[in-house]
Design a protein around this ligand. Structure first.
Ligand SMILES: [Zn+2]
Length: 370
């Protein structure tokens, strides 16, 4: 692992602007670096769906040993992220306070580029390596779903470096995430002249919301009513009202159970006041949950310990490309990239975590190749 190189790569990356849907300059930089290392670089056909100015990167390096692993990160950043001026103080990188740093997720990209180059330089055996750099992750994971469905033909461990936590952090659980739109239909009527002829859709929605679960339901299970909309004037009994919300759980069954409870409350709300409700549920992304002694998790822990890192297993409540890659044949494992206070102007990255993660990627590749 080359400490100067990984730092320079990270500083190069954060100074290239890449808000969601405008990742082309960073994609160009990444493609050049991957080709220089020896990867074959392909682009997918996601552009029509994502409306980004670049497709996503799928790069391959043929191994010197059997096996296949993948590493993934995303190229877009949350705003404000134009004109990032990174400052290094006492081993910590941060922005000048006017933008985010962009360590989410350029820490992951820099670590992956350095890790794969290092294992190649080290002379140790390594398996086939696929590198994925996605777009639009910050737009509710809008890029990764458009990777080809046959991205991996055999289940391939895919390490997604896109979580907070120091080098050695392993997310063994991420939630299933469902969202709904419920549209209540009542009957409009003049509120002063003949209110008894109306059926109030807002009252139906209120009744439903009062009866549905809300907030934290368990250690990794939550739900939320997020948006409510309806009515046209104070003197009209509202004919329609729309409620939008979500539920999530790392436990697939618990997520379904919550979904059913919310649907039942919505239906009761409509029926109680003589109306109807259309409920549309969408699975935003599936979750994953691994045992701490899962063979891949175990391998990562061994690799971390071998280079002096302390492996820490945790669960995340958020979604990332890792959730989606499970639907593309990968065995997704979300990893800490060292980013802290991400999505804020206080975001920072310890240089030691940048180096530690790059070293861990090198070690994972060499461990699988051994
Ligand atoms: Zn991210």
């Amino acid at each position: 692992m080359n400490r100067t190189r990984v730092l320079n790569t990270f500083l190069d990356l954060v100074t290239i602007d890449s808000p969601s849907q405008r990742e082309s300059s960073v994609a160009h930089y990444c493609a050049q670096q991957l080709k220089r290392i020896g990867f074959t670089v392909d682009f997918d056909e996601s552009q029509h769906e994502t409306e980004s100015d670049t497709p996503q990167i799928i790069a391959h390096l043929t191994g010197t040993a059997p096996g296949h692993i993948a590493f993934s990160a995303h190229m877009d950043c949350v705003s404000p992220c134009i004109g990032v001026h990174p400052i290094i103080e006492n081993g910590v990188i941060h922005s000048d306070g006017s933008t985010v740093l962009g360590g989410d997720d350029k820490s992951g990209i820099a670590e992956i580029l350095e890790g794969v180059e290092s294992v190649k330089e080290s002379g140790r055996a390594y398996p086939d390596i696929t590198v994925l750099f996605s777009v639009c992750e910050e737009l509710s994971v809008a890029g990764a779903p458009h990777y080809p469905d046959d991205l991996f033909t055999e289940e391939t461990p895919c390490f997604v470096f896109d979580s907070d936590g120091s080098a050695g952090t392993i997310c063994i659980a991420a939630p299933y995430h469902y969202v709904y739109t419920a549209t209540f239909h009542g009957q409009a009527a003049h509120a002063g002249v003949e209110p008894e002829k109306g059926r109030n859709a807002i009252v139906m929605a209120a009744h439903a919301i009062e009866r549905m679960p809300n907030g934290r339901q368990g250690e990794t299970t939550t739900c939320n009513v997020g948006i409510i909309d309806g009515g046209s004037a104070t003197n009209v009994v509202p004919e329609d009202a729309t409620v939008r919300g979500e539920c999530r759980s790392v436990d697939a069954d618990e997520a379904i159970c919550l979904k059913d409870q919310i649907s039942a409350a919505l239906t009761t709300g409509a029926q109680t006041f003589g109306g109807t409700v259309d409920i549309k549920w969408t699975l935003s992304y599936p979750g994953f949950l691994y045992a701490e002694d899962d063979p891949t998790i175990d391998m990562v822990k061994r690799a971390a310990r071998a280079i002096g890192l302390k492996p820490v297993c945790k669960a995340t409540a958020g979604g990332s490309d890792a959730n989606v890659l499970g639907t593309k044949g990968a065995k997704p494992i979300l990893m800490g990239s060292g980013m802290t206070h991400f999505h804020s102007l206080d975001e920072s990255l310890n240089v030691s975590d940048l180096e530690g993660c790059a070293r861990l990627i090198e070690e994972i590749a060499a461990t699988v190749g051994n």
